[in-house]
Design a protein around this ligand. Structure first.
Ligand SMILES: [Zn+2]
Length: 119
């Protein structure tokens, strides 16, 4: 189980880093709210016209919605990484046997084996 745990942990940490990179591309973490906020594109020149303003607004909106999809994924991964420390990690809650590796890789938060899939 230790070996399995290590493999999954590395996989999750890689995913976390990739997500963080994507998030940082589009926004920044507000330390006060703990939420990711889109960063508006820098103004190239001070007197931009209406079209520029609309473009920028659109860009900001699409970044915001991307952040909203990415953030829960990041939270899930962080939760899964924490879950690796559970004593019961990788053990089926029903039959107490080891959960299949493929299943754990797909869902590190799985609490049951394939046979006892939670409904
Ligand atoms: Zn089971």
């Amino acid at each position: 189980m230790q070996e399995k745990k290590k493999i999954i942990k590395e996989k999750l940490e890689k995913e976390r880093d990739m997500l963080l990179e994507e998030l940082r591309d589009m926004g920044k973490l507000n330390p006060e709210t703990g939420e990711w906020e889109a960063t508006p594109e820098e103004l190239d020149f001070p007197h931009s016209d209406q079209n520029d303003m609309a473009d920028r607004f659109e860009d900001f909106e699409s970044k915001s919605s991307m952040l909203k999809t990415l953030e829960p994924r990041l939270q899930n991964i962080l939760k899964a990484i924490k879950g690796l420390n559970r004593e019961s990690f990788g053990k089926c809650e029903v039959c107490k046997k080891d959960i299949e590796m493929a299943r754990l890789e797909a869902n590190p938060a799985a609490r049951t084996c394939k046979q006892h899939l939670e409904k």
